[in-house]
Design a protein around this ligand. Structure first.
Ligand SMILES: Nc1ncnc2c1ncn2[C@@H]1O[C@H](COP(=O)(O)OP(=O)(O)OP(=O)(O)O)[C@@H](O)[C@H]1O
Ligand SMILES: Nc1ccn([C@@H]2O[C@H](COP(=O)(O)O)[C@@H](O)[C@H]2O)c(=O)n1
Length: 184
């Protein structure tokens, strides 16, 4: 029953890496970020606006996180989300954190979402600060504390392929060692 959590800064490449790890492990990918985006859409809010709304409505993060923990307990999953690893750590075999410079992440999000560089830069920096404040207020968790992670990767100067290879190789090696058999 493998459980992998991929967290990290907005635009660092979490979804890209988590999707590939899930493919290699042949398990589903569950994204807290996607759930959070869907909730924003349902409430007719802009993504960034919803982050601010969540600040005075802690039940939003708690419902996203409860879903992540319940799914982790069921096993055989890759969980992805900016904040997810901190809450599923007790149930995860491997926790990976991705980071990159704000400039690099803004460029990637601008390209991905068809936004201006200025808008993307504002989004990635504001989202990170709003998330940091919420998690500190709700759980007393400082998302600057990366000590819970098994692997921290700065993807600023890595190609997608290199970032994927590093993350997948580490995950497969760690799982194979932990379960004393070739997992992938
Ligand atoms: N190492 C990399 N080098 C260049 N581009 C990358 C790299 N990793 C991911 N990307 C690209 O950057 C964009 C953002 O990646 P991705 O959506 O995986 O990030 P994320 O952390 O999940 O973002 P968000 O926090 O907004 O959900 C995507 O278009 C992806 O293809
Ligand atoms: N456990 C949680 C709770 C909330 N989030 C929020 O989802 C947003 C989008 O996540 P990305 O992976 O797309 O960055 C994120 O900014 C959090 O506010 C979460 O990720 N995990």
């Amino acid at each position: 029953m493998v459980v992998v959590a991929v967290s990290g800064q907005p635009g660092s490449g979490k979804t890209t890496i988590a999707r590939e790890i899930a493919r290699v492990l042949k398990v589903p990918l569950v994204s807290s970020g996607t759930l959070f985006r869907e909730m924003a859409t349902k409430m007719g809010m802009d993504f960034l606006e919803f982050h601010k709304y969540a600040e005075s409505n802690p039940e939003i993060d708690k419902s996203v996180d409860t879903a992540a923990v319940e799914r982790a307990k069921a096993g055989n999953v890759v969980l992805e989300g900016h904040l997810t690893a901190w809450v599923v750590r007790p149930y995860a075999d491997v926790c990976i954190y991705l980071k990159a410079s704000p400039e690099v992440r803004a460029r990637r999000v601008a390209l991905r979402d068809g936004k201006s560089l200025e808008e993307a830069y504002r989004e990635v920096t504001e989202r990170e600060e709003l998330n940091r404040r919420r998690y500190l207020a709700i759980y007393g968790i400082d998302i600057k504390d990366l000590s819970i992670f098994d692997l921290v990767v700065d993807t600023s100067f890595l190609s997608v392929n290199d970032a994927v290879r590093i993350s997948v190789d580490f995950t497969c090696t760690t799982l194979s060692f932990k379960y004393s058999k070739k997992v992938c």
